[in-house]
Design a binder for this molecule. Sequence first.
Ligand code: ADP
Ligand code: ZN
Ligand code: ZN
Length: 699
Amino acid sequence: MAFQLSVLVPTPAHSQLSGPLSYRSPSPWGPGQLVRAPLGKREVLGVVWDDAPVEGDDGYDKDKIRPLSGALEGLAPLTPGWRQLVSFAASYYQRSLGEVALAALPPQLRDLSPVQLQRRIKRHAKDTPSAAARDTATNAPDLSPEQQTVMAQIRTQAGPFLLFGATGSGKTEVYLRCVQELLDADPQAQALVMVPEINLTPQLEQRFTERFAPQYGADCLVSMHSGMTNPQRLKSWLAAHSGAARIVLGTRMAVFASMPQLKLIVVDEEHDPSYKQQEGARYSARDLAVYRARLDGAKVILGSATPSLESWYHSRPAEEGGRYQRLHMPSRIGEHSALPLVRRVDMNHQPKHAVFSTPLLLAIQERVQRGEQCMVFLNRRGYAPVLHCSDCEWKSECPHCSAFRVFHKVDRTLRCHHCGFTERVPHHCPACGNADIRPMGRGTERLEEHLAELLAHTRRPDGEPVRIARIDADTTRLKGALENQLAQVHAQEIDVLVGTQMIAKGHDFRHITLVAAVNPDSALFSSDFRAPERLFSLLMQAAGRAGRDADISARSEMWVQTFHPTHPLFASLKQHDYPAFAEQQLQEREQAGLPPMSFQALVRAEARTQEVAQGFLNLARLCATDQAQEMGVTVYAAVPMSVQRIANVERAQMLIESASRVHLQRFLQHWHAVLQATRQQPEGKGLIRWAVDVDPLAI
Ligand code: ADP
Ligand code: ZN
Ligand code: ZN
């Protein structure tokens, strides 16, 4: 007797075989069972999928259908909820089921022998906390009135919730309390708490461990993020899957964690672009979290001081069509914890080419002399210096990309941030031989250097010279480097911290009384319609870094240097008025028919030439003209991507837009086959790859 099972294996994204494959098995494993299956010459991990097993030896070709290598016995099957989440994600984001399902599982599962697996499962069974350990007192503070109101709403309403709370208003405390109530009430329930970046997990982990370890044991909590080793990932996954871990803390990948008793999902800093996966299945972990909560009957809380305009729009009053419940905590915790004063410096009245205006420089000096800390940031990573010849206008272009290579002073190299191509800095201009070639534009490195010159005579209260440190992707490449630098800031060994947006996010700096954004203007006039939204949230975040301690918050300031001081974005910022900013932005978006009032997808194509990439897209567009019209979907002509060439590969994209999400989805489902067929045409020759990005964040 044998059974024929349909099994998901890691199939390539666009392969014709994108559904489950058939395998033979002596046992009728049910849906969700993890198995080992042969695929080509390899043995891979697989998941038995939902079609009913076919019994008996007849009815299928035994020579074609291969037998399974084995099952991971003892592991509970993946739940129907998990399988539905995977199915939805695959279909919505237009990827193969196998790819999505297997990317969500720890790769090491496949390598465990049955004996190893049994040992691990037993270990987790032992770890399950006993009810007796549950009476320990906790170290939780009394809730503020705003926190109490919000808690009462979460308790009694269904959500999804958008917790709109100022930085320092006690959102994290609300998450902790919701998790606490859940764990206390239901001895099995699990909670998933997501943060945007790996850097933020240690802080959060510490806060959760302090709160829950005394009562539920240190093993009640596990992390999941891409910085973990495979053995660590496996361990966390097994703990969550077995139910031993009651709390999972993680980055976007954690939205796929197997948590059979999931009852609460928190998405902190829900506006953060890091929740969107930027390769493979380009899912939004925030959106999937909301979907998953509905599938699992869990509550979901999205939290932010500057919500994404999507979530803000969804949380408009129900009478106007809102689907989320908006909860508001406007006040910072602590009696004197005012938000910092926002000061705009009109750069039109400063000397030409000045990087630091005189008033800002004076303000920084004053703080240093008083023994307080300042933070100066450039809002764009890409704002790095390009090498330039003043004689012939040569610039350090990358030969393989349509981008400039960036000058790195430390090792005197020119480095392409897109393809990685690196060369020693030339002594003479490669075009005209001029020896006077120098950087133009300012990266953080030059900013730090420049500031050091300007503050050369400034002294700390102890008479020592000012100490400046820089934190960005370059200074933190080594493991532990960021932690070290942050520790120095916390220990007040640093007076001025210079960096990119990396320093503006989440870190709890206690002694910073001045935050300055030196060049935020570029985002005001970007072709990317989301640039103002990102800038506003970044500046609010940065402002939130100042004055975290009640006794210094009264004299905390946020400085913005701009050529457009009357821009509405800065006016709203000065008032710390996110709703006003959101209102103005949503009006603009509505007039222009942009998200969240409309829905978008991008199809990207890569080829050796721009003609081939665009030709492929335009032909696929032509073949779907009627359908697009029928379904009320607009398909725009192909255009080069903003970085048109990377590593000698030309990139083009095509925008698809609709006022209806359902129509857009229906069109994409139909169009997928058209794109695949187009690839087989002569016009598809030379195409390297293509992919769909649904709800893209950057166009
Ligand atoms: P957010 O997540 O909104 O930035 P946090 O939850 O981190 O805010 O709270 C900010 C600070 O206030 C933290 O140091 C936290 O420990 C403290 N805090 C939060 N809620 C309370 C409370 N009810 N009573 C006293 N301190 C609180
Ligand atoms: Zn030259
Ligand atoms: Zn390059």
